[in-house]
Design a protein around this ligand. Structure first.
Ligand SMILES: [Cu+2]
Length: 139
């Protein structure tokens, strides 16, 4: 989980390091979250899962949880992080069946294929040349 002003993104190192704006997790599987930030201190709060952890630049905060209920959930930032902190929330986090997760990850992998070469390699923290560079997505 990567926080930045003012949103969360999610990389899936188990699936080639693809990056998504929506958090989707398979049900009944132990998930390891590696939580970091690109800029200031945020906090990742997935209260239905009992996950709340600071997202700190250059810091890899590791939390594990096992979602057991399929459904749609809210995640939000719980550390005042600037002007749009209050808007740093998402009601579309999902826990889905294993087969729905496989289908979703396949779809996301295809969507991300054209941009993977612009993404920094997956890392637990991002700094220096490993930070996403502004403008690299422009044609
Ligand atoms: Cu924040």
């Amino acid at each position: 989980m990567i926080a930045q002003q003012w949103w969360f993104t999610y990389r899936y190192p188990t699936y080639g390091g693809i990056e998504t704006a929506q958090l989707v997790l398979p049900v009944n599987q132990k998930i390891q979250f590696n939580i970091t930030s690109l800029d200031v201190i945020h906090a990742f709060w997935f209260f239905a899962l009992g996950v709340k952890a600071d997202a700190v630049p250059l810091n890899d905060n590791v939390v594990t949880a096992t979602p057991t209920q399929i459904g749609t959930y809210r995640v939000q930032c719980s550390e005042l992080c600037g002007l749009w902190h209050g808007n740093m929330a998402d009601n579309t986090a999902m826990v889905v069946s294993t087969s729905d997760f496989s289908a979703w990850i396949q779809q996301q992998t295809a969507l991300d294929a054209p941009i993977m070469k612009y993404l920094p390699p997956y890392s637990h923290v991002y700094a220096g040349s490993n930070l996403p560079q502004p403008g690299v997505y422009a044609p």
